[in-house]
Design a protein around this ligand. Structure first.
Ligand code: HEC
Length: 197
């Protein structure tokens, strides 16, 4: 009888302890999530989103795809991939250390229509934004299951390379259905066009 009470006390203490740890952990997360926009926050709700640097030399990287027409958004986009990522073969996932940079340009207008060059491509106007996605071991660890994109993380910059604090859960939600293609929308197109180059 005595033994049972002692046991229950110990068990109760353990449970209290566990509950204590959980509270601390969640308030810890909350604090880092509340840092003001523009501050690099590691381990926020969506992992290291917003903390990926914009590599200064990305324009010298292999091209992933260029002159992507986004008629509805009146945009043209160019995507670059770093050399580590470009060594990937079709059918594989991109390795840790992969970075992709997507330049989003405003498309030039010809009156109220999109201007089209002699080459049939949309004509690039001003650079609007630059999006980055990168992958590193463990980056997905603290991301809730409903937003997990493997170990990919996301960042965004304006035309002058200043970090933009976008809602990175939106990046995740829209790339998530591409899980079979390593979360990369233009996966198939990339490997097909690379084969032709
Ligand atoms: C509404 C859906 C949607 C959202 C939101 C979105 N993306 Fe994408 N993303 C796409 C599509 C579609 C492509 C393929 C290129 C294209 O058609 O523009 C793409 C392509 C990319 C690429 C090039 C690699 C690839 O997947 O082909 C990067 C890098 C990227 N997005 C980063 C981001 C970042 C960073 C954010 C958030 C700031 C973001 N995306 C938000 C749909 C989305």
């Amino acid at each position: 009888m005595k033994m049972t009470i002692v046991f229950q006390l110990i068990l109760g203490g353990l449970l209290l302890n566990l509950a204590g740890c959980n509270t601390m952990e969640s308030s810890g997360n909350k604090m880092s999530g509340e840092k003001p926009a523009g501050t690099a926050t590691a381990a926020t709700q969506s992992g290291p989103d917003g903390t990926l640097a914009l590599p200064a030399d990305y324009k010298s990287w292999p091209k992933f795809l260029t002159d992507i027409k986004k008629e509805e958004a009146k945009q043209v986009r160019d995507i670059y991939i770093n050399p580590a990522g470009a060594r990937t073969s079709a059918g594989q996932s991109f390795p840790n250390g992969t970075l992709m940079v997507m330049e989003i340009y405003k498309a030039k207008m010809d009156g109220d229509k999109l201007a089209v060059g002699a080459d049939g491509k949309l004509v690039k106007g001003d650079l609007a934004k630059v999006f980055v996605m990168g992958k590193e071991q463990g980056w997905g660890n603290h991301v809730p299951e409903s937003l997990k994109n493997g170990d990919w993380a996301y960042a965004a910059y304006d035309a002058s390379s200043k970090p933009l604090m976008e809602d990175f859960t939106k990046c995740r939600a829209c790339h998530m259905p591409l899980a079979q293609k390593d979360f990369v929308h233009r996966y198939d197109e990339y490997f097909q066009s690379r084969g032709r180059m």
